[in-house]
Design a protein around this ligand. Structure first.
Ligand SMILES: CC(C)(COP(=O)(O)OP(=O)(O)OC[C@H]1O[C@@H](n2cnc3c(N)ncnc32)[C@H](O)[C@@H]1OP(=O)(O)O)[C@@H](O)C(=O)NCCC(=O)NCCS
Length: 232
């Protein structure tokens, strides 16, 4: 009875069935699990814990918090529904503890004589913003396979390209090109990860959209450096 196929045939235990089906697939972790590492509840597949409608997260993107994975949404700051801006994060991203996203609700006037938000206090000041608008810099868009280091801060309206790396404690105020490494405050390009030809090829390949089976067949290629070894 040790052969999984035989056990599968005879059992009526649903949880055992599920486990066996899983073993037989062996194409990586279950993307619908909240905590893909058994007994380690500080790393989660992020899409499975998001409650805010204006945050979208792709499959396999994980968030690793030193204390509590629910800190992720607490660290998406000034994200008010009435502002309407979205935080969109692609697949297979790696987001470290304490990463924060400042959203457009944080913006005050910067070109006026005063940045003070008089209108919110009412009592005769409620019309202070009539005919004026707070700056809105658009959605925050993080590509696929992006690694965001410990306590980095991403400012409103930023786009980070596929395969980029954000160094720990960076403050990202400009868009980040695909497959570049940026760091510092304000974050500056440290280096490109590959030559332009390789980057173009990777952007065309979009390996993160492959089936789990194809990703599994190519694991050693993805963790190596030779694009010519990719198998269908
Ligand atoms: C960005 C990072 C990946 C670069 O690593 P690396 O390729 O080994 O780079 P090096 O340490 O050789 O540094 C390369 C340059 O980047 C700079 N740099 C590295 N980390 C930096 C940071 N956090 N902020 C600003 N600049 C940084 C270095 O000063 C160096 O500059 P120089 O070339 O002018 O001397 C790494 O420093 C980092 O921040 N990793 C994130 C770790 C993390 O937060 N993990 C969380 C758990 S997943």
């Amino acid at each position: 009875m040790n052969d999984p196929v035989i056990v599968l045939y005879f059992t009526t235990d649903r949880s055992l069935l599920r486990q066996l089906m899983k073993i037989m697939r062996m194409h990586g972790p279950d993307k619908n699990e909240v905590f893909p590492l058994p007994h380690h509840h500080k790393l989660c597949f992020l899409k499975n814990i998001i409650t805010t409608p204006n945050i979208e997260v792709g499959e396999y993107t994980y968030y690793d918090d030193l204390e509590d994975v629910h800190n992720f949404e607490r660290n998406v700051k000034y994200h008010f529904e009435f502002t309407g801006d979205k935080l969109k994060i692609g697949k297979f991203c790696m987001i470290a503890s304490g990463v924060s996203f400042i959203m457009n609700g944080a913006n005050h006037l910067t070109k006026s004589l005063s940045a003070y938000p008089f209108a919110i206090f009412g009592n005769g000041w409620e019309h202070a913003m009539d005919g004026r608008e707070y700056p809105v810099k658009g959605d925050t868009v993080i590509g696929n396979d992006v690694w965001i280091g410990h306590k980095a801060t991403i400012m409103p309206g930023i786009t980070i390209g596929d395969g980029a790396i954000i160094a720990a404690h960076s403050v990202v105020i400009n868009n980040v090109e695909p497959y570049s490494i940026v760091g510092g405050n304000p974050a500056k390009v440290i280096r490109k990860r590959f030559d332009d030809e390789t980057i173009d090829h990777l952007l065309e390949l979009r390996w993160w959209d492959w089936s789990e089976e194809r990703i599994t067949r190519n694991l050693h290629v993805l963790t190596g450096g030779n694009l010519n070894l990719i198998v269908p």
